[in-house]
Design a protein around this ligand. Sequence first.
Ligand code: FES
Length: 250
Amino acid sequence: MTQILIDNRKFNAEEGETILEVARRNQIDIPTLCHHEALEAVGACRLCTVEITGEDWNGSTKLVSACLYPVEEGLIVQTRSEGVLRLRQTVLDLLMARCPESTVIRDLATQHGQVTEYQQFTDGSKCIMCYLCVRACAKLGCHAISAVNRGTLKEVAPPFHEHAESCVGCGTCATICPTGHIEMVDTAETRTIWKREFEFVTCKVCGEPLITKAYRDYALENRRLPNDYYTVCSACKKSELSGHFARLSL
Ligand code: FES
């Protein structure tokens, strides 16, 4: 067990935890964009920057990414020092210039600075190149999208901008994207994403879309699940279960 100070308050931390994990566990707000607890941190957006020092650092300080920096005994962290706020504002200014149409970025900018004017440098894309979508897709084992091109032309796309052959239409990339950049259109029967259309399996009780057929087949093949696993949606499963318990208690 390690003790650290965050914003002048003492907290216990486990070895190997990051500053962000300790802060979040103790309801201390540090803004993030490229971080997701289910994925390994990569420190792409720098929005989570905090200032650190130590008792024996002779007054020197460092700006580090809270999502990556592991805690150590006696660490002193400031989440709202002048340097942190200045850097956060610069990061948000750059993000605003890149993705002015993203409501998430606009809200963060308003919340964390007085960003009122910006110049748009891109064609209105909402992608901030955090690669959460790419990392999540890879973690699921699909590898349907990746970073393509270089420099200002860099973007996330299926190979050769063609149909994402290995995509199963699970929608994780669109759901995890912090800025709503990835377009996913659902109807009662189909989901369209990355230029492909996927048919839904519907819940046999309520008829609501449950999962795409491609994702169901992929999941059944790659996870140890019973064949009828994706036939009833979780809401109906829950109400079936509570009905069952209600009957038992009669
Ligand atoms: S959340 Fe830490 S760098 Fe993006």
